[in-house]
Write a protein of this length. Structure first.
Length: 256
């Protein structure tokens, strides 16, 4: 599969397994698929680590883990079942590459920055990539962590914001008209910044890999919640919930 074909397959899997189990987070999962594929298949090296703050995108990660043989088919199929290996959020250690459990937004940037700082002290190589939702920017812990990373010039940190502008119940309160203000805030903390199309794999790759700096890097990825299914695009209601059989059939056809 090409990378774009892989993205389409992942979205189909999120829809299919969400419909079959009644446990679907299509909206915020679909908005970050190209980001996750870019990181796992193009950008990251063996020494690098990724931490996910928006754990409700877990099902896209499950598909990537299955493709990369980090989990078995049996573990993948356990999603949504009592006692299953995989759930609707990330669980630390399941599989081993998951550094921290998710559910409450805003914690993972600080955890990733702590790992980066410890790696510096221990003289360990490797970059730390952190994926945030724009909704997480309302958490004060984000800004404490951003300040720390800038002051200590943690160049191994790249933070990517999935800027889909919608949370579970409505606006994330970070509108595109305010993107410049967001950029200015991170730059005031000592970060380099870049804005990319979050559904364009080449832009994501270039935005991350073309920066060689003495500062941490922020990537604002402009995305669409519910991407790939017209009936769900740009709607807060796509964050969670189920589809009727007719809606599901129509959505799957769009992703063929």
């Amino acid at each position: 599969m090409t990378h774009q074909e892989l993205c389409t397959w992942i979205r189909r899997e999120v829809l299919r397994t969400g419909f079959e189990t009644g446990k679907m987070h299509y909206g915020g999962t679909s908005s970050c698929v190209e980001i996750l594929v870019s990181l796992h298949y193009i950008i990251m090296n063996d020494d690098d680590q990724i931490l996910i703050d928006k754990g409700h995108c877990a099902r896209a990660l499950h598909a990537i883990w299955l493709d990369k043989k980090l989990i078995t088919q049996e573990q993948y199929d356990s999603y949504g079942k009592d006692g299953g290996f995989l759930g609707g959020q990330l669980i630390a250690g399941k599989p081993k590459c998951v550094q921290c459990s998710t559910g409450s937004l805003g914690n993972t940037l600080g955890i990733g920055i702590g790992i980066a700082y410890a790696n510096r002290l221990d003289k360990k190589d490797g970059n730390i990539y952190i994926l945030l939702s724009d909704g997480a920017l309302q958490e004060g812990s984000i800004w404490e962590a951003a300040d720390f990373a800038g002051r200590h010039q943690l160049t191994s940190i790249t933070c990517i914001i999935d800027m889909n502008k919608l949370g579970a119940t409505g606006s994330s309160n970070i509108q595109l008209s305010e993107t410049t203000g967001l950029i200015s805030r991170f730059e005031s903390f000592g970060w380099y910044t870049n804005i990319v199309d979050g559904h364009d794999i080449q832009q994501i790759r270039g935005g991350v890999l073309n920066f060689h700096s003495d500062k941490p890097l922020l990537i604002v990825a402009k995305t669409t919640k519910g991407y790939g299914v017209r009936e769900l695009e740009g709607k807060a209601s796509s964050h969670h919930g189920t589809l009727s059989f007719d809606q599901y059939q129509k959505a799957i056809k769009e992703l063929m």
